[in-house]
Design a protein around this ligand. Structure first.
Ligand code: SF4
Length: 270
């Protein structure tokens, strides 16, 4: 980046708006629509949702590796494994994303690894209960799926809001982390627009198919998923939100599974 001035707070750095052409956004949006239509044409399964999530993420990432502005200055994605400041920002997901990431999680990790990670999920969910989204950000409480080394445990299928947050300057993320955990993202307006339109295209397709698309807080939704064995049936067959206690509100809704923190299993080794 030519300008290393830290961004004091959220919003977007004014940048030339022609880094990503509207045709590229429309193209991605069209392909997302197609991909969802294909998935919905077959009997829907969590595996198919995970494949869809992975496909959309792969296509999007192939586009956002670099941006060129109108002077041909190249902005490169600076995100790296373990650089997890943005995972302290409360993330909202849809039910279809919860099924996708949990299917992938269950297929990818051994039962022992899952058990360790899910203790962390419950602990962080519990820690969030006394926070609003804003105070949680300031407290630096990570998403339950951020692993011991700071990497996302479900990176290939991570939900749209996570894929949407791309930094072009790690220094700005570090500054934000060291200065009250402000939003560090020097997002590019039409990159954001791309994710919004692609995300909205997929969400709209599920909505049109009659499937609930309630907005959920991610860590709360995972705990709700763990506590709702018939979640798939509720969502897919009964067409109801299976995670009502994880619905996102402005205050933030954290799922309370009623387990006092002291009675939870020991934390995994860091
Ligand atoms: S799903 Fe992954 S990328 Fe998204 S907030 Fe959680 S740990 Fe971070």
């Amino acid at each position: 980046m030519s300008d290393n001035t830290p961004i004091p707070c959220g919003g977007f750095t004014p940048k030339p708006t022609d880094m990503l052409h509207p045709e590229q956004i429309d193209d991605l949006k069209g392909r997302a629509h197609q991909a969802v239509a294909q998935v919905l044409a077959d009997p829907l399964t969590p595996e198919r949702l995970a494949q869809l999530r992975q496909q959309v993420n792969t296509e999007i990432r192939s586009v956002v590796t670099t941006f060129h502005d109108h002077t041909n200055h190249v902005f490169r994605v600076a995100c790296a494994a373990g650089c997890n400041h943005c995972c302290t920002i409360p993330v909202s997901v849809r039910p279809h994303e919860v099924f996708a990431l949990m299917w992938w999680f269950e297929q990818t990790y051994t039962p022992e690894q899952q058990a360790v990670s899910l203790v962390t999920v419950r602990e962080r969910n519990h820690a969030m209960l006394s926070h609003t989204p804003q105070t949680r950000l300031a407290a630096g409480i990570l998403c339950g799926l951020n692993g011991p080394d700071g990497s996302c445990l479900v990176y290939p299928v991570q939900p749209m809001p996570c894929a949407q947050y791309t930094s072009f300057d790690v220094g700005k993320c570090r500054f934000a982390r060291n200065n009250g955990n402000q939003y560090p993202i020097d997002g590019v307006a039409n990159q954001y627009e791309m994710f919004q339109t692609v995300g909205n295209a997929t969400t709209q397709a599920f909505f049109n198919a009659g499937l609930p698309i309630d907005l959920l807080e991610i860590t709360a939704a995972i705990v709700a998923y763990l506590d709702t064995p018939d979640a798939w049936d509720i969502w897919y067959t009964q067409r109801r939100n299976p995670f009502p206690n994880a619905v996102w509100t402005l205050r933030g809704t954290w799922y309370d599974d009623g387990t006092p923190i002291a009675e939870q299993s020991p934390s995994p080794a860091a």
